[in-house]
Design a protein around this ligand. Structure first.
Ligand code: PAF
Length: 301
């Protein structure tokens, strides 16, 4: 027979158990009663290797919605480089443990590849236009079609009222907003502020692959963005760009892929002579620390 204290412990354990679903049928059986009650469903799409940046997105979703689904799926079609896909950290068990500690009331959807791509790994082509032409779209060919394909499918399966994305992937955030206008899916897209390590490095699942020394040097990405913000409006975009390119050369563990100052809505590059902008701009960086590709950005005005 169970003693009262045993029952209590069992009850507590159950309360802290995150429910994990692997198929769309099982997930939808779980969501159906909530849909019937017209409760708000929030979706936080992730590729796993969860960190406190994801937790802050999930907490924002929990504040805004009665039910929160966290999807964990490493999406092959958004990688333009097989080595990067193979090296991407996969840690479902520890992800679930972290969720149990931090936000046990969320629901996890961790589908197999065939659930998302029942007809093989085919990518849809979307008319993202200029938004996808720069930066990540330019350096990671096909990336945003892969992101669009997986999100369209996840939105179809989960049918969320709101979906939450971090501003670290600012270009992705704008692409997702465009995606739902193109596909006419009724999802409100919510951008959340960038979460940072103590040294300023933007939180990313890829940070796990950095050595301590690389982590330290990688913090220069944000330091340089802060300097750019201070100089913006007094120095020209061309002068600022030259400074960034030179400063990265002085950091031997870092390799700058691109630095861009772009309009915060259209993502069109700023004219290189602009000093007193009347529109909103952001600065964007992609850089490698050894083989690990890191991105970050900052609002300039
Ligand atoms: O930002 C990510 O982690 C991915 O691009 C996303 C949105 C989960 C799609 O696979």
């Amino acid at each position: 027979m169970q003693s009262a204290s045993n029952i209590l412990i069992l009850h507590d354990l159950k309360q802290n158990m995150v429910q994990v679903f692997h198929t769309k049928e099982a997930l939808n059986r779980q969501l159906l009663p909530h849909r019937k009650k017209h409760e708000n469903i929030g979706l936080v799409p992730t590729m796993g290797a969860l960190h406190t940046g994801h937790i802050s997105l999930i907490n924002a979703a929990l504040q805004a919605c009665e039910v929160v689904v966290v999807s964990i799926f490493v999406n092959p079609t958004q990688f333009n480089n097989n080595a990067d896909l193979d090296a991407y950290p996969r840690s479902l068990d520890s992800d679930i443990k972290l969720l149990e500690q931090e936000c046990a009331s969320c629901i996890v959807f961790a589908p197999e590849t065939t659930e998302i791509y029942p007809n093989g790994l085919k990518t849809e082509h979307f008319k993202f236009g200029e938004l996808a032409a720069q930066m990540e779209g330019k350096y990671r060919s096909g990336h945003f079609d892969g992101v669009g394909t997986v999100l369209k499918r996840l939105f179809d399966i989960v049918q969320p009222d709101k979906a939450f994305f971090g501003e670290k992937d600012y270009q992705q955030l704008l692409i997702v907003k465009k995606l739902i206008t193109l596909t006419e899916q009724a999802v409100e897209i919510i951008g959340c502020p960038i979460n940072r390590e103590e040294n300023g490095l933007a939180k990313s699942s890829r940070n796990k692959r950095l050595t301590a020394k690389e982590q330290e040097q990688a913090s220069f990405i944000y330091t340089s963005l802060q300097q750019v913000k201070r100089d913006f409006g007094t120095k020209s975009a061309e002068e600022i760009t030259k400074w960034v390119e030179q400063a990265f050369k002085e950091h031997p563990l870092l390799d700058l892929e691109y630095f861009e100052i772009a309009n915060a809505e259209s993502l069109l590059s700023i004219d290189k002579n602009t000093k007193n902008p009347d529109k909103k701009y952001r600065a964007f960086i992609a850089a490698y620390a050894n083989k690990v590709r890191l991105i970050d950005n900052i609002a300039l005005n």
